[in-house]
Write a protein that binds this ligand. Structure first.
Ligand code: BG6
Length: 478
């Protein structure tokens, strides 16, 4: 469904995120026919570039990052021809009049702040000063939203001086992933799971976001952040919220975000013994984390595993195990809901112990499977075996499911539609920092180094032990 014509300005329009994600996402939505004629896309940055230079820059970005998608040469030429560029100083006055001249009246205006948080305030202030921020204007801000509770609060305060909360779209791109939205569909669209979705029936829940990549070219940023700030405080926290929250009364921004916030606020502090920090080591001539970030003394973690508890009626007593790391064996994100054993086995001890496990595969090979216990075939008596009821979405839904939009496509269009459901509210981000801050403070106070793990492994041994000592084990990363 096409959206109304709009003006979108990408501050940081020559940056890495614009190249990799934002511009290719806009191009795909353009090819899908979602943008009406007259929609105006404007890159803005400090670099001195003409419109023609910017079109070349974007053409290269599409070559590099939009290889998988079909489009015609005409579509591509038309998309590029409509792009504009403004050389602009976020801290000064240069370029703002030209930008104002390019913007239309009476249209939805969206401003994507794809810049460091230090520029959020100056940009917001100048948008007002130059008459560019009417009531319908929206701003989009990226993570990291601060590096702790204090900085996140300060950012929220700065933005609130210029924009109402209803105009602020804080991105966590995990919420734009098709399968992450599917978590809500699976939970709240089916009668089957919800009655069992509590500590009476669920033994524990595991959330894994494993990556094979290292820190790449982002060593500077990453070494100051670490896995806790880069992944746990936002992406894993959001997954935890969607799995654990109470059913919202409606699928609308306030209802969904209120419920997520309650989950974060109900999280217990995590004791140091319930958390493992890891760092990948060098392997022969393959560099490790320290070489990648160019800091031989770094004690930053590239892996975290932890055990969390949610103190509320639904979840008291059910642990949530979370882990994420770089340079692991496979790129796998999944959530496993491990149900309790049946209270009594009519088949006797020799039938073994069995559990149903609902696994929601977020990426790759998106789908769900449910381990169900059945009789092992053959004449050998009543032996039981667990087999998966496996549903891969592309098989179940046909070819349509293969062309899933990238998270950024969905999220940018939601900004234009004015739908904040899949964006983080200010209080949510603050609550998430309030939970992670003491964990990080404990590490800093203890001054201990992360434990080392091999690239291509499932993480440090200590992370396996975190579950073993509870008589449980992680699902394999494969
Ligand atoms: C980003 C993190 O937010 O998410 C990266 O900063 C991480 O470190 C990335 O690699 C993972 O996203 P995805 O979509 O590849 O799972």
């Amino acid at each position: 469904i096409p959206v109304d014509p709009f003006d979108l300005v990408i501050f940081g329009g020559t940056g890495d995120l614009a190249r990799r994600k934002i511009l290719p996402a806009l191009f795909r939505r353009y090819c899908a026919g979602q943008m009406q004629p007259g929609t105006r896309l404007i890159g803005a940055a400090r670099a001195d570039m003409s419109d023609a230079d910017y079109r070349d820059f974007v053409a290269q970005a599409l070559d590099e990052f939009d290889t998988a998608h079909g489009h015609t040469a005409d579509q591509r030429a038309a998309f590029l021809a409509d792009l504009h560029y403004v050389t602009l100083d976020a801290m000064g006055d240069e370029g703002w009049d030209r930008l104002a001249g390019l913007m239309s009246r009476d249209r939805i205006k969206a401003y994507y702040f794809s810049v460091g948080p230090g520029l959020f305030g100056p940009l917001a202030e100048r948008l007002h000063r130059h008459g560019l921020a009417d009531e319908g204007a929206r701003i989009v801000v990226e993570k990291p939203f601060g590096r702790d509770l204090d900085t996140a609060r300060a950012l929220n305060r700065t933005l609130a001086q210029h924009f109402d909360e209803s105009q602020i779209y804080r991105i966590d791109h995990y919420l734009g992933k098709e399968t992450v939205q599917n978590l809500m569909a699976i939970r709240f669209g089916n009668m089957l799971f919800e009655p069992l979705w509590n500590s009476q029936y669920v033994d524990h829940i595991q959330i894994t976001v494993a990556e094979t990549v290292g820190v790449g070219g982002r060593g500077d940023y990453y070494d100051r952040a670490g896995a806790m700030r880069d992944m746990v405080q936002n992406h894993l926290m959001q997954l935890l919220c969607l799995i654990a929250m109470e059913p919202p009364a409606k699928f609308d921004p306030s209802a969904v975000r209120d419920e997520k916030l309650k989950v974060i606020r109900a999280l217990d502090p995590v004791a140091p013994a319930q958390i493992v920090r890891g760092q990948y080591r060098a392997d022969g001539d393959k560099p490790g984390y320290l070489e990648h970030v160019g800091n031989p003394a770094s004690t930053t973690e590239s892996f975290v595993a932890l055990k969390a508890h949610i103190s509320n009626w639904r979840w008291a007593g059910t642990p949530f195990y979370l882990r994420t790391g770089k340079r692991l064996r496979a790129r796998t994100s999944e959530i496993a809901v491990v149900f309790k054993e049946a209270p009594h086995s009519i088949f006797g001890a020799e039938a073994g112990r069995h559990r149903n496990i609902l696994t929601i595969r977020l990426q790759p090979n998106e789908g769900i499977d449910l381990d169900v216990t059945i009789k092992e075939p053959g004449p050998g008596g009543m032996r039981l075996v667990d087999v998966p009821l496996d549903m891969t979405f592309t098989e179940a839904l046909g070819p349509d499911a293969e062309d899933v939009p990238d998270a950024y496509e969905r999220l940018i269009m939601d900004v234009i539609r004015g739908n904040q459901t899949l964006f983080m509210r200010g209080d949510e981000v603050e609550a998430a920092w309030a939970w992670t801050d003491p964990i990080i403070a404990d590490w800093e106070a203890a001054g201990t180094d992360p434990v080392l793990y091999d690239s291509g492994s499932a993480g440090p041994e200590e992370a396996l032990a975190l579950m073993h000592r509870d008589g449980r084990r992680w699902r394999e990363i494969r």
